[in-house]
Design a protein around this ligand. Sequence first.
Ligand code: GRF
Length: 209
Amino acid sequence: MSRVVVLISGRGSNMQALVENGIPVVAVISNRPEAKGLAFAASRGIPTAVVDHKSHPDRESFDRALVEAVNRHNPTLVVLAGFMRVLTAVFVGAFAGRMINIHPSLLPSFTGLDTHRRAIEAGAKIHGCTVHFVTEALDHGPVIAQAAVPVRDDDTEDALAARVLLQEHRILPAAIRWFLDGRLHVNGLRVSLVEAGVNDNALRVPDPL
Ligand code: GRF
Protein backbone atom coordinates (compact mmCIF):
# COMPACT_ATOMS: atom_id res chain seq x y z
CA MET A 1 0.00 0.00 0.00
CA SER A 2 1.46 3.38 -1.06
CA ARG A 3 2.04 6.02 1.58
CA VAL A 4 2.25 9.72 0.72
CA VAL A 5 3.49 12.28 3.24
CA VAL A 6 2.65 15.88 2.33
CA LEU A 7 4.57 18.95 3.54
CA ILE A 8 2.77 22.29 3.63
CA SER A 9 3.35 25.79 4.98
CA GLY A 10 -0.03 27.48 4.64
CA ARG A 11 -3.41 27.17 2.98
CA GLY A 12 -2.91 23.60 1.78
CA SER A 13 -5.23 23.67 -1.22
CA ASN A 14 -2.91 21.37 -3.20
CA MET A 15 -2.83 18.90 -0.31
CA GLN A 16 -6.63 19.09 -0.21
CA ALA A 17 -6.78 18.33 -3.94
CA LEU A 18 -4.68 15.21 -3.31
CA VAL A 19 -7.00 13.95 -0.59
CA GLU A 20 -10.05 14.68 -2.72
CA ASN A 21 -8.53 12.82 -5.66
CA GLY A 22 -7.97 9.70 -3.61
CA ILE A 23 -4.19 9.97 -3.17
CA PRO A 24 -3.22 7.92 -0.08
CA VAL A 25 -2.07 10.80 2.14
CA VAL A 26 -0.94 9.26 5.44
CA ALA A 27 0.37 12.41 7.13
CA VAL A 28 0.50 16.19 6.68
CA ILE A 29 3.45 18.04 8.19
CA SER A 30 3.87 21.82 8.40
CA ASN A 31 6.78 24.04 9.35
CA ARG A 32 4.27 26.63 10.55
CA PRO A 33 1.90 25.89 13.43
CA GLU A 34 -0.68 28.33 12.02
CA ALA A 35 -0.87 26.64 8.58
CA LYS A 36 -4.55 26.53 7.64
CA GLY A 37 -4.23 23.21 5.82
CA LEU A 38 -3.61 21.37 9.09
CA ALA A 39 -7.26 21.80 10.10
CA PHE A 40 -8.48 20.28 6.83
CA ALA A 41 -6.19 17.27 7.23
CA ALA A 42 -7.29 16.75 10.82
CA SER A 43 -10.95 16.99 9.77
CA ARG A 44 -10.30 14.05 7.41
CA GLY A 45 -8.67 12.03 10.18
CA ILE A 46 -5.19 12.38 8.66
CA PRO A 47 -2.38 12.59 11.25
CA THR A 48 -0.71 16.02 11.35
CA ALA A 49 2.53 17.29 12.81
CA VAL A 50 4.38 20.59 13.09
CA VAL A 51 8.15 20.92 12.87
CA ASP A 52 8.62 24.63 13.49
CA HIS A 53 11.67 26.01 11.70
CA LYS A 54 11.79 28.81 14.28
CA SER A 55 12.69 26.39 17.04
CA HIS A 56 15.82 25.20 15.24
CA PRO A 57 19.10 27.15 15.17
CA ASP A 58 20.03 26.37 11.56
CA ARG A 59 18.70 24.77 8.39
CA GLU A 60 20.49 21.45 8.95
CA SER A 61 19.06 20.85 12.40
CA PHE A 62 15.58 21.75 11.14
CA ASP A 63 16.05 19.35 8.24
CA ARG A 64 17.17 16.55 10.57
CA ALA A 65 14.05 16.99 12.69
CA LEU A 66 11.93 17.03 9.56
CA VAL A 67 13.49 13.81 8.22
CA GLU A 68 12.65 12.16 11.52
CA ALA A 69 9.05 13.41 11.48
CA VAL A 70 8.53 12.28 7.88
CA ASN A 71 10.17 8.87 8.39
CA ARG A 72 7.81 8.14 11.26
CA HIS A 73 5.17 7.65 8.55
CA ASN A 74 7.26 5.34 6.38
CA PRO A 75 6.59 7.20 3.10
CA THR A 76 6.64 5.83 -0.42
CA LEU A 77 6.65 9.42 -1.65
CA VAL A 78 7.15 12.84 -0.05
CA VAL A 79 5.25 15.72 -1.65
CA LEU A 80 6.12 19.38 -1.14
CA ALA A 81 2.79 21.14 -1.68
CA GLY A 82 3.27 24.81 -0.93
CA PHE A 83 6.14 24.05 1.44
CA MET A 84 7.99 27.33 1.69
CA ARG A 85 11.40 26.36 3.09
CA VAL A 86 14.64 25.88 1.24
CA LEU A 87 15.85 22.36 2.06
CA THR A 88 19.45 21.27 2.53
CA ALA A 89 21.20 18.10 1.36
CA VAL A 90 20.27 16.58 4.73
CA PHE A 91 16.61 16.44 3.75
CA VAL A 92 16.89 16.13 -0.03
CA GLY A 93 19.39 13.27 0.31
CA ALA A 94 17.10 11.35 2.65
CA PHE A 95 14.32 11.17 0.05
CA ALA A 96 16.22 11.32 -3.24
CA GLY A 97 14.14 9.98 -6.13
CA ARG A 98 10.98 9.87 -4.05
CA MET A 99 10.24 13.52 -3.37
CA ILE A 100 8.34 15.88 -5.68
CA ASN A 101 7.37 19.56 -5.60
CA ILE A 102 4.72 21.71 -7.22
CA HIS A 103 6.11 25.03 -8.42
CA PRO A 104 3.95 27.90 -9.71
CA SER A 105 5.76 28.62 -12.98
CA LEU A 106 6.79 26.89 -16.17
CA LEU A 107 10.28 25.84 -15.09
CA PRO A 108 13.05 26.54 -15.89
CA SER A 109 11.52 30.04 -16.08
CA PHE A 110 10.83 31.87 -12.82
CA THR A 111 12.43 29.71 -10.16
CA GLY A 112 12.05 31.04 -6.62
CA LEU A 113 9.37 33.33 -5.21
CA ASP A 114 6.78 35.81 -6.56
CA THR A 115 6.50 33.92 -9.82
CA HIS A 116 3.14 35.39 -10.90
CA ARG A 117 4.21 39.01 -10.41
CA ARG A 118 7.50 38.33 -12.17
CA ALA A 119 5.79 36.63 -15.12
CA ILE A 120 3.47 39.63 -15.58
CA GLU A 121 6.33 42.12 -15.24
CA ALA A 122 8.44 40.17 -17.72
CA GLY A 123 5.63 40.42 -20.27
CA ALA A 124 5.19 36.65 -20.55
CA LYS A 125 2.15 35.60 -22.59
CA ILE A 126 2.11 32.08 -21.19
CA HIS A 127 2.62 31.06 -17.58
CA GLY A 128 1.79 27.94 -15.61
CA CYS A 129 2.97 25.35 -13.13
CA THR A 130 5.37 22.43 -12.92
CA VAL A 131 5.57 19.20 -10.94
CA HIS A 132 9.18 18.06 -10.63
CA PHE A 133 11.43 15.74 -8.67
CA VAL A 134 13.28 17.56 -5.91
CA THR A 135 17.05 17.73 -6.18
CA GLU A 136 19.56 19.86 -4.35
CA ALA A 137 19.43 22.53 -7.06
CA LEU A 138 16.40 24.63 -6.04
CA ASP A 139 13.51 24.32 -8.55
CA HIS A 140 15.73 22.49 -11.06
CA GLY A 141 14.82 18.81 -10.72
CA PRO A 142 13.49 16.56 -13.52
CA VAL A 143 10.11 17.81 -14.77
CA ILE A 144 7.22 15.33 -14.53
CA ALA A 145 4.26 17.45 -15.66
CA GLN A 146 3.46 21.01 -16.65
CA ALA A 147 0.32 22.99 -17.34
CA ALA A 148 0.14 26.28 -19.20
CA VAL A 149 -2.29 29.18 -18.84
CA PRO A 150 -2.54 32.46 -20.75
CA VAL A 151 -1.37 35.74 -19.21
CA ARG A 152 -4.05 38.30 -20.02
CA ASP A 153 -3.33 41.94 -20.84
CA ASP A 154 -5.24 43.15 -17.79
CA ASP A 155 -4.05 40.41 -15.43
CA THR A 156 -3.35 41.01 -11.77
CA GLU A 157 -1.05 38.86 -9.72
CA ASP A 158 -4.06 37.38 -7.86
CA ALA A 159 -6.08 36.63 -10.99
CA LEU A 160 -3.11 34.89 -12.61
CA ALA A 161 -2.31 32.97 -9.41
CA ALA A 162 -5.89 31.68 -9.25
CA ARG A 163 -5.78 30.55 -12.89
CA VAL A 164 -2.50 28.70 -12.29
CA LEU A 165 -3.74 27.16 -9.03
CA LEU A 166 -6.61 25.40 -10.81
CA GLN A 167 -4.02 23.68 -12.99
CA GLU A 168 -1.82 22.83 -10.00
CA HIS A 169 -4.78 20.95 -8.56
CA ARG A 170 -4.98 18.89 -11.78
CA ILE A 171 -1.36 18.03 -12.49
CA LEU A 172 -0.16 17.29 -8.95
CA PRO A 173 -2.55 14.36 -8.32
CA ALA A 174 -1.92 13.05 -11.85
CA ALA A 175 1.86 13.13 -11.42
CA ILE A 176 1.64 11.42 -8.03
CA ARG A 177 -0.57 8.69 -9.45
CA TRP A 178 1.99 8.05 -12.20
CA PHE A 179 4.79 7.85 -9.62
CA LEU A 180 2.87 5.47 -7.36
CA ASP A 181 2.00 3.27 -10.33
CA GLY A 182 5.72 3.01 -11.17
CA ARG A 183 5.23 4.64 -14.55
CA LEU A 184 7.86 7.40 -14.41
CA HIS A 185 11.20 6.74 -16.06
CA VAL A 186 13.91 9.28 -15.26
CA ASN A 187 16.88 9.82 -17.52
CA GLY A 188 18.94 12.83 -16.42
CA LEU A 189 16.56 15.76 -16.41
CA ARG A 190 14.09 14.02 -18.70
CA VAL A 191 11.11 12.11 -17.37
CA SER A 192 9.03 9.86 -19.57
CA LEU A 193 5.81 8.04 -18.87
CA VAL A 194 6.05 4.27 -19.17
CA GLU A 195 3.22 2.70 -21.17
CA ALA A 196 1.61 6.03 -21.98
CA GLY A 197 -1.94 5.49 -23.21
CA VAL A 198 -3.83 7.69 -25.61
CA ASN A 199 -5.16 9.71 -22.71
CA ASP A 200 -1.82 10.27 -21.00
CA ASN A 201 -0.44 12.45 -23.72
CA ALA A 202 3.16 12.92 -22.69
CA LEU A 203 2.86 14.49 -19.27
CA ARG A 204 1.38 17.78 -20.33
CA VAL A 205 -1.78 19.73 -19.87
CA PRO A 206 -3.85 21.46 -21.21
CA ASP A 207 -3.53 18.35 -23.37
CA PRO A 208 -5.96 15.77 -21.93
CA LEU A 209 -4.61 13.72 -19.03
C1 GRF B 1 0.99 27.08 -4.65
O1 GRF B 1 0.83 28.01 -5.68
C2 GRF B 1 2.29 26.35 -4.79
O2 GRF B 1 2.64 26.07 -6.10
C3 GRF B 1 3.25 27.38 -4.21
O3 GRF B 1 2.56 27.91 -3.09
C4 GRF B 1 1.17 27.78 -3.30
C5 GRF B 1 0.62 26.97 -2.18
O4 GRF B 1 -0.77 26.87 -2.20
N1 GRF B 1 4.53 26.82 -3.92
P1 GRF B 1 -1.53 25.81 -1.28
O5 GRF B 1 -0.93 25.91 0.12
O6 GRF B 1 -1.34 24.45 -1.88
O7 GRF B 1 -2.95 26.25 -1.31
